[in-house]
Design a protein around this ligand. Structure first.
Ligand SMILES: [Zn+2]
Length: 396
């Protein structure tokens, strides 16, 4: 089976009438994808298990016997859920390529010296419950189980209720050290979410790090009033302050060599004929240089005379440098690049699991959109690279 044909098997699941995919965690679409994963893994000769959080692990060889022999497994995988209006590559490409790689190794008669696994990690995008990488965060204990279970979707359905509806027991939902111990090395192949490889002229890259990433909230107060009868000079309009924030964020980020985005705003009362009484803007800031990302918000605060609330800050996630360098060499001098997007592999790396990522060229660089694409030849090159990586990592 080619990567393209396996992706084609998924192409009808969760396709939205407005274009793109909607595959949210623990919905019917997700359950269909999980069944597909089970079937495809079993057809490849793997034994599928599910950990306490709902992540699926398909094993070639007994991972516990491998661990007991001092050779914890090598796992490749990614996720099958999507953002609203997402593409068919972000996530599925990594899962499908891992299955394809294992299939190739088995066909070649490769005899692994340690168990090899393929993972489908649950709820990576956080599109339904609002927190990304829930599957890996709860698995590793980075997010407490009670906090995760209490998260609610747009209809007020909590994760605990969604698990129950999907036939899972929320009481058992918790970090799972036994499942994690089986993973000696984790490799996530992912479509590139940018155009770096287009310029580089290479179909595959190895990741060096995930950029530091912060989210801040700016609250602006004003005075609500009538949009027709209040003279401009008499207004205290917080939307103007929000507009200033958006423009200043762009200017400061440009100067610091970072990226900054105000992609979410809230107006109160949010009426077309009302001067708002309050406005809030959320700033997402990232960049290769952590010091520069740290300077982003203080610079904006000083320039505008306002104060922000830091909602989250994740420091640089460094993938194992020796592993990244080794894989780049193994792949014939593949480029080693950083990324501004978060991934489960980053959560596992932060937990201390030896982790790596491979990126596959995306001709437009567009991601989280139906326009997301990788050429079939590049998908095969990615799967071949992953096959080479698994063969090497499981050889001893
Ligand atoms: Zn992804």
């Amino acid at each position: 089976m080619s990567v393209e044909s396996m992706l084609g098997d998924l192409a009808g699941v969760g396709r939205s009438p407005t274009g793109g995919y909607r595959r949210f965690a623990w919905t019917d679409e997700d359950l269909t994808l999980r069944e597909w994963f089970r079937g495809a893994a079993e057809a490849t000769g793997l034994a599928v298990t599910e950990d306490r959080v709902g992540n699926q692990w398909a094993w070639w060889g007994d991972p516990d016997a491998s661990l007991a022999a001092g050779r914890p497994g090598v796992v490749a995988g990614s996720h099958l859920d999507s953002v609203p209006g997402g593409g068919n590559f972000d996530g599925p490409l990594g899962v499908v390529s891992a299955l394809r790689a294992v299939e190739a190794l088995r066909r070649d008669g490769f005899v692994p010296a340690r168990a090899i696994g393929v993972a489908n990690l649950v709820d990576e995008e956080g599109a339904r419950f609002g927190v990304a990488c829930t599957g890996s965060r709860v698995l590793t204990g980075a997010m407490p189980r009670d906090r995760a279970l209490a998260l609610a979707d747009g209809d007020g359905v909590t994760l605990a209720e969604a698990l129950t509806r999907a036939g899972r027991d929320p009481d058992g939902f918790d970090r799972d050290d036994a499942a994690l111990a089986r993973v000696g090395t984790f490799v996530e192949l992912h479509i590139e979410q940018g155009r770096w490889l287009v310029d580089e002229g290479s179909p595959v890259a190895v990741a060096s790090s995930i950029w530091p990433h912060g989210r801040w909230r700016f609250d602006f107060a004003g005075e609500a009033n009538h949009a027709g009868t209040t003279r401009l000079a008499d207004r205290d309009d917080p939307a103007l302050k929000l507009a200033a924030l958006i423009l200043k964020a762009r200017e400061v980020a440009t100067g610091l060599g970072c990226v900054a985005t105000v992609g979410k705003v809230r107006m109160i009362p949010n009426g077309v004929n009302a001067i708002p009484s309050a406005a809030t803007g959320w700033l997402d800031g990232r960049g290769a240089d952590e010091e520069a990302v740290r300077r982003l918000v203080p610079s904006i605060e000083d320039a505008l005379g306002v104060r922000a609330v830091e909602e989250s800050f994740t420091a640089t996630t460094l993938f194992d440098p020796a592993l990244a360098a080794g894989l780049a060499e193994l792949l014939g001098g593949a480029p080693v690049i950083g990324t501004g997007a978060g991934h489960d592999a980053g959560v596992l790396a932060a937990h201390g699991i030896r982790s790596a990522m491979l990126f596959v060229r995306n001709p437009t660089g567009v991601s989280h959109s139906p326009e997301e694409h990788a050429e079939p030849a590049d998908c095969e090159a990615g799967a071949a690279a992953l096959t080479t990586v698994l063969r090497s990592l499981a050889a001893t």
